[in-house]
Design a protein around this ligand. Structure first.
Ligand code: HEM
Length: 412
């Protein structure tokens, strides 16, 4: 007897009952075809995410080949601390409200304007899929007309990262995406070195790190990492927050009246349906979790989706309750929170503030522009993905607003 097969179609269709089986009957087990040690209880997941002897070395084989160089998430120690500081400036710095929030509002308004007079929209393909990539392209200072290409690249790179079955086509598509991105970014890096602007690409091009500038290859890898880390995850953050509001009319009414509640809804939606369900770690030495030994050299699969529903940590864990005492937006967008949606410890999501802003702006603008927002009667709300996981579609209807949206938008 072994635990659930995390690569099976059955698991992909609905992992949630399997999480309960894992926690109660197989809290630590070896997944047969990958050899991963699967952890599903909250306390084990938190420990592996943040404590030695677990490291992020696994990303060296999972993402470095497709990023083209080392990126933040695979680094540890001094290298990680220095790179995190360098990237943290443009992503979270003191001028965040003036530099980042208006870009998110503009990118969002452009998309909402495309459907707000139509009375219906398929929110995944027409909105959620585009907003994070448009925001990141704008923050990096990349041309707007090339956004569909970034979209294609990051889809191919993400598929490559979770290609545990070794599909050669997925492998080739990931490598092709990296080559195309390298060709595309090369001349732009040269140009920003000569004439830097206010964007993140310029910040990378002018950064002095360990006594010198970053190489082209390092800059390219950081850009690829930002696009992929902030892409699918935020798509899911937006869609799941909207989905839970539409499924819970009392919460939708409350949030319409008090927009301060949006962050709370976002955290609770992410607890129940996290954008990243599985995060990997490497055991640098033998580690004991209760009665279970994880041998040195093992890859560990931390099941975020299960930890977030562990009844040992969250009361009535399968219920959407944005007012639950365990949830606090002041903490849950930081490593001190209760949910593990954004990870834990030193690798806690560097883009959590940007994700918070993006979901907040998105929900605010949708509430303003789409009165009477409701699910289509036949909406299936099917999700897919074992690493990053998202809704396949989110069809909604709404009444067409007779007034234009407020000129002064709600600020996140
Ligand atoms: C709802 C949206 C998001 C979710 C759920 C999410 C989730 C996560 C998680 C779970 C990790 C930890 C990975 C690990 O420990 O191995 C992480 C790391 C990271 N995320 Fe996010 N993320 C989101 C949005 C973003 C955005 C918008 C960016 C912006 C560029 C971003 C950039 C990063 C980076 C750079 C790291 C690596 C941090 C480090 O290793 O120090 N993420 N994210």
């Amino acid at each position: 007897m072994t635990g659930p097969d995390i690569l099976s179609a059955e698991y992909d269709a609905d992992p949630y009952p399997h999480y309960e089986t894992m926690r109660t009957s197989f809290p630590v087990y070896v997944h047969e075809s990958t050899g991963f040690y699967v952890l599903s209880r909250y306390r084990d997941v938190v420990r592996a995410l943040q404590d030695p002897p677990f490291t992020n070395e696994c990303y060296t084989w999972q993402i470095e080949p497709v990023m083209g160089d080392r990126t933040l998430v695979q680094m540890d120690g001094r290298e990680h601390a220095d790179n995190r500081k360098m990237l943290g400036g443009p992503l979270r710095g003191g001028d965040y409200r003036d530099r980042v929030v208006p870009s998110v509002e503009l990118a969002c308004a452009e998309l909402v304007d495309g459907f707000r007079r139509r009375g219906r929209v398929e929110l995944m393909s027409e909105f959620a899929t585009w907003l994070p990539i448009n925001v990141m392209a704008s923050l990096l200072g990349l041309p707007a007309q090339d956004r569909p290409r970034f979209q294609g690249w990051y889809m191919a790179i993400i598929a490559h990262m979770v290609n545990f079955g070794g599909d050669p086509e997925v492998e080739a598509a990931g490598q092709a995406a990296r080559r195309d991105m390298t060709l595309f970014l090369g001349p732009m890096i040269e140009e920003r070195r000569a004439r830097p602007g206010q964007d993140i690409l310029s910040a990378l091009c002018t950064a002095r790190f360990a006594g010198g500038p970053l190489t082209d290859q390092q800059i390219q890898a950081h850009c690829a990492a930002l696009i992929t880390a902030g892409g699918d995850t935020t798509v899911s953050g937006i869609a799941n927050t909207v989905k839970h509001l539409l499924l819970n009319p009392e919460h939708l009414r409350a949030v319409r009246a008090d927009r301060e509640l949006i962050d709370r809804m976002h955290i609770e939606a992410g607890r129940l349906n996290p954008p990243a369900h599985l995060i990997m770690r490497y055991a640098a030495e033998n580690a004991d979790l209760g009665d279970h030994r994880i041998p040195a050299g093992s890859t560990v699969a931390c099941m975020i989706g299960s930890a977030n529903r562990d009844p040992a940590r969250f009361t009535a864990p399968d219920t959407f309750d944005p007012h639950r005492p365990e949830v606090d937006p002041a903490r849950d967008f930081t490593p001190a929170g209760s949910v593990v949606t954004f990870g834990r410890g030193r690798h806690f999501c560097l883009g959590a503030a940007l994700a918070r802003t993006t979901v907040n702006v998105a929900v605010n603008q949708l509430l303003d522009a789409l009165p009477g927002m409701r699910l289509e009667a036949d909406a299936s709300l099917r999700e897919s993905g074992i690493f990053t996981r998202k809704l396949v579609s989110l069809p909604i209807r709404f009444d067409v607003a007779t007034t234009e949206p407020p000129t002064e938008r709600h600020s996140a």
